[in-house]
Ligand binder design. Structure first.
Ligand SMILES: NC(=O)C1=CN([C@@H]2O[C@H](COP(=O)(O)OP(=O)(O)OC[C@H]3O[C@@H](n4cnc5c(N)ncnc54)[C@H](O)[C@@H]3O)[C@@H](O)[C@H]2O)C=CC1
Ligand SMILES: C[N+](C)(C)CC(=O)CC(=O)[O-]
Length: 477
């Protein structure tokens, strides 16, 4: 488990702050070193944004947050660290100086990743005491939400790094060959160059460029990437037809390729003014929150499809899923989760439909406990919910950690009656209750029938044990 591990974050700016949040919210202790006197405030603000977004990607219990501290010196920060992440400015001389100091004070077995967007490991390792210890771990902003991370370096070191990053929910990609700007930044540079030309030539504004991306190909890229998208664009003949039709365009004047517009004061002002007009009404922190909420909503949608980034999140949930309750003589804890952004409504609280989901998920846990699981369902038997009587008692808000306490009121024959209490974990406030009736059914006839075999035995034992409990207090009120 990662609980006692420590990450040292060297440079707590945009990316260092994101790394600190990613490690902390996955249970690591984090110690930051940055000469900027404002670093603590900046990291704390990034962390506050991360706390409202990252846990909302999960549908199960999230790890307990680690401890954050700020070191008086780089030497102090790295002394006991398992992972050291360098996120100093993109200047090779600064990075060399930082690595020399890190290696003078860190453990020999510590992993030293660099967030560099473009330097190759061989450049970073120049003059290093132990070159093989340093590797590229290039993340994407915001580091606490976006999973992909490019790893470049000595095979054995990056393999070790990969394991750690997977534990904290990331999607490491080991880059085969070291090249300037790795893989992803090559694309980003190409797109950015073209965008600069379009603005300089007076063809499009910053707003129009952003619109063609977010209303169009950006959404396609987010769920399928480039090649799968273009395969479909080739019609029934697929990729070969796509290349035959659009390959020649690459040598037509469709792109400016490597030709970079000079970033004169005039062009810089034009871009900055357009950007102010487009987005200047929001602070950077507000824009971060808008971005994060959108990313969470999109990633959660992909989760429902078990696709791309959503597939990865489901795997992480499976790893973090708590075991089923075993103490059947007590009320059962059937759910433990954070309330995500896409469950909020126009009244600024959790929408009523989501209470149904919470209690449905809690009911599913009872089904699993008695063995009415995927295999049982595949065998043609299951439970259907035939009534949910929900009491909405208190408001539930974004980021609230909640749990559900369930009692089995009746488990006889086809009938399974459950009573759920949804509780805000921080203060024990009862938020909602649900009286739920399920009927055992045949999936073939779609009619109710008696449960069978081990499920019948387990449901009977559960019903008997729970019948000895007093009625839940909220039922008696
Ligand atoms: N901003 C971005 O979108 C991305 C940046 N990166 C990479 O991450 C690294 C950091 O970039 P940003 O966070 O954007 O820069 P930033 O300017 O936001 O942060 C850099 C931080 O390093 C601190 N610093 C300066 N000298 C230092 C030293 N000797 N020791 C410790 N800290 C020092 C600065 O005070 C500052 O807080 C760069 O290598 C960059 O290429 C990687 C992915 C995305
Ligand atoms: C602009 N950039 C080169 C710093 C971008 C990156 O390195 C990755 C990102 O988050 O876009």
């Amino acid at each position: 488990m990662s609980e006692n591990k420590t990450a040292a974050i060297i440079g707590g700016g945009v990316i260092g702050g994101g790394w600190a949040a990613r490690f902390l919210l996955n249970g690591w202790n984090v110690i930051v070193s940055d000469p900027d006197p404002e670093a603590e405030r900046k990291v704390s603000e990034v962390l506050a944004n991360a706390r409202r977004s990252l846990p909302a990607l999960s549908d199960v219990t999230v790890p307990k947050e680690g401890k954050l501290s700020f070191a008086a010196s780089l030497a102090e920060a790295v002394a006991d660290a398992d992972w050291i992440q360098e996120s100093a400015p993109e200047r090779l001389d600064i990075k060399h100086q930082v690595f020399a100091e890190i290696q003078a004070h860190c453990r020999k077995d510590a992993l030293i990743g660099s967030s560099t967007s473009g330097f190759k490991p061989s450049e970073l390792q120049q003059g290093a005491a132990r070159p093989e210890q340093i590797f590229v771990a290039h993340p994407f902003n915001p580091v606490y939400l976006l999973p992909v991370i490019e790893l470049v370096g000595v095979q054995e070191t990056v393999e070790r790094a990969k394991e750690v990053l997977e534990e904290i929910g990331m999607k490491p990609l080991i880059v085969r060959k070291e090249i300037d700007a790795h893989i992803a930044d090559r694309f980003l540079e190409a797109v950015w160059r073209e965008a600069l030309w379009l603005i300089k030539d007076g063809v499009a504004t910053t707003q129009e460029i952003d619109d063609v991306i977010r209303y169009g190909f950006g959404m396609r890229w987010a769920q399928m990437g480039l090649f799968e998208t273009y395969r479909i664009a080739g019609g029934e003949a697929g990729m070969r037809h796509f290349i035959a039709q659009f390959g020649p365009c690459l040598s037509w004047p469709w792109t400016k390729l490597m030709d970079v517009p000079e970033l004169t004061e005039e062009l810089t002002n034009m871009i900055a003014d357009q950007s102010d007009a487009q987005s200047g009404m929001h602070s950077i922190r507000e824009l971060e929150r808008i971005r994060d909420d959108n990313l969470v909503a999109m990633m959660r949608a992909l989760k429902g499809r078990n696709w791309g980034a959503g597939d990865l999140l489901n795997a992480q949930d499976a790893r973090n899923k708590p075991p089923l309750p075993t103490d059947i003589d007590q009320p059962l804890t059937t759910l433990n989760r954070v309330i995500p952004i896409d469950w909020m409504d126009y009244n600024g609280h959790m929408n009523e439909s989501r209470y149904g989901q919470v209690f449905s998920d809690a009911g599913d846990v009872v089904m699993s406990m008695v063995g009415a699981d995927q295999a049982y369902i595949a065998g043609g038997l299951s439970y259907f919910t035939v009534s949910n009587e929900i009491g909405y008692l208190n408001e539930t808000h974004l980021g609230d950690v909640i749990h559900v306490r369930t009692q089995v009121l009746e488990a006889r024959g086809k009938k399974l009656r459950l009573y759920h209490e949804m509780i805000r974990t921080a203060d024990g406030e009862l938020l909602a209750t649900c009286n739920q009736l399920l009927l055992h059914v045949s999936l073939e006839t779609r009619k109710s029938c008696e449960p069978e075999g081990a499920v019948l035995a387990k449901i009977t034992a559960l019903g008997e044990a729970q019948s000895k409990l007093p009625k839940p207090a909220s039922m008696r009120d």
